[in-house]
Design a protein around this ligand. Structure first.
Ligand SMILES: Cc1cc2nc3c(=O)[nH]c(=O)nc-3n(C[C@H](O)[C@H](O)[C@H](O)COP(=O)(O)OP(=O)(O)OC[C@H]3O[C@@H](n4cnc5c(N)ncnc54)[C@H](O)[C@@H]3O)c2cc1C
Length: 356
């Protein structure tokens, strides 16, 4: 059976779902997701932080432009951030990039009592950082999209595509779908989907990032512990669901797949973590990994394809897909609807697919 709609969105992660929410009030939208559940891939595996000053200048423009929408949705909650450095770590550069204030190591130890003060020589702190409730953000966008008439099809992997007579036709396990407009929000698979559509790939690379779930160190009450970063991307940690989750901060290039953590990478990352704390890792309660997919210049890719104006990219979210999602979806909608955007022209240009 053929399903006809105005706009097809491929990808049911935070990008595709927020795009559906932004477009559904204006046109008939159908979202196609390969998996049985929304947010199964990168969007179900994040560290769930909103850090205004994390990312390059273009990404930060999107972060700042997204903050009011996140606040309005009620997805942000305070979560202090601490940066730790040893003698030779690039502490000053990280501290400046994240707009943090240097404090004494003993001051940081009040927030994080397991800092090894013999090894950690410098610390910085900000209370301006926030955690982002990713489940709530996904569900709120989904509710809004559906409330405005969007249709969601899960277990509908797009397996082939054609563009004839000004219409896209996508073949899926759930039948054939056609539309005038196609949005590519396929995360790590965005270049693969483009190739199905005979569109030149951007050159996106998925990078694996893992998380180890540890029990609360020494039985501490960790719920208010800060999001903690070791300078130079040696590791980071955050309390999530009662566990102390430590990431090796790896960026291992890979191919699009259902990512899983690598034992050796976790072991090396946990050794770097143990080097800076007084509580040794006694037990691993679990782990996960996800793919952070970057364009070559590490800015998102948002807008019409350079050669096919009915094919829209919403890709390359990297490590910022949640925090940038409101502004990214709004920009995509402005491109499709021809409506104005609040973003500066230089930001729109720096995100446009035609920069490649
Ligand atoms: C460990 C880790 C920590 C992170 N921490 C943060 C953080 O603190 N803050 C933040 O903002 N971001 C963070 N991120 C990044 C964030 O999770 C991603 O940028 C974001 O989830 C990407 O969303 P997406 O919708 O583009 O991709 P995805 O969530 O991967 O969604 C893409 C979807 O497209 C579907 N798809 C692909 N091909 C097809 C096809 N042919 N047919 C149908 N469906 C298809 C896939 O099944 C998938 O569900 C983190 C990521 C990781 C891995």
């Amino acid at each position: 059976m053929e399903h006809v709609t105005d706009c097809l969105i491929v990808g049911g992660g935070i990008a595709g779902v927020t795009a559906a929410a932004a477009l559904a009030p204006h046109m008939d939208v159908t979202l196609l997701e390969a998996e049985a559940n929304i947010g199964y891939h990168a969007s179900g595996r994040s560290a769930a932080m909103f850090l205004r000053d994390y990312g390059n200048a273009t990404v930060c423009d999107l972060n700042y432009a997204s903050e009011a929408a996140h606040i309005e949705q009620g997805v942000l909650s305070p979560r202090s951030m601490v940066l730790l450095g040893r003698a030779d770590d690039p502490f000053d550069a990280d501290c400046a990039a994240l707009k943090m204030t240097e404090v004494s190591v003993s001051q940081a130890s009040h927030l994080l009592p397991i800092i090894d003060t013999h090894v950690v020589t410098r610390a910085a702190l900000t209370h301006a950082s926030t955690a982002l409730d990713t489940d709530l953000a996904l569900q709120a966008a989904l509710r809004s999209a559906r409330g405005n008439g969007a249709t969601l099809r899960t277990q509908a992997p797009v397996i082939s595509a054609s563009h004839t007579g000004g219409r896209w036709t996508l073949a899926t396990a759930k039948g054939q779908f056609t539309s005038k407009i196609l949005v590519n929000a396929a995360g790590a698979w965005a270049d693969t989907l483009a190739q199905f559509c005979s569109i030149s790939p951007i050159g996106l690379t998925p990078y694996r990032r893992s998380m180890a779930q540890l029990p609360a160190p020494r039985g501490y009450d960790i719920k208010d512990w800060p999001f903690t970063l070791a300078a130079g991307d040696r590791w980071y940690a955050k309390p999530i669901g009662g566990r102390w989750c430590v990431s090796p901060s790896e960026e291992d290039p890979t191919h699009p797949h259902d990512a899983y953590s690598d034992d050796m990478t976790l072991a090396e990352g946990l050794a770097r973590y143990e080097d800076m704390v007084t509580a040794p890792v006694t037990r691993l309660e679990g782990s996960w990994a996800g793919l952070r997919t970057f364009a070559p210049d590490r800015a998102l890719v948002i807008g019409p394809d350079a050669n096919e104006p009915s094919f829209f990219w919403l890709a390359g979210q990297g490590g910022y897909g949640f925090q940038t999602s409101p502004a990214a979806a709004n920009l995509l909608a402005s491109h499709i609807l021809g409506s104005p955007t609040d973003l500066a022209n230089r930001t729109v240009a720096a995100l446009h697919p035609n920069r490649f």
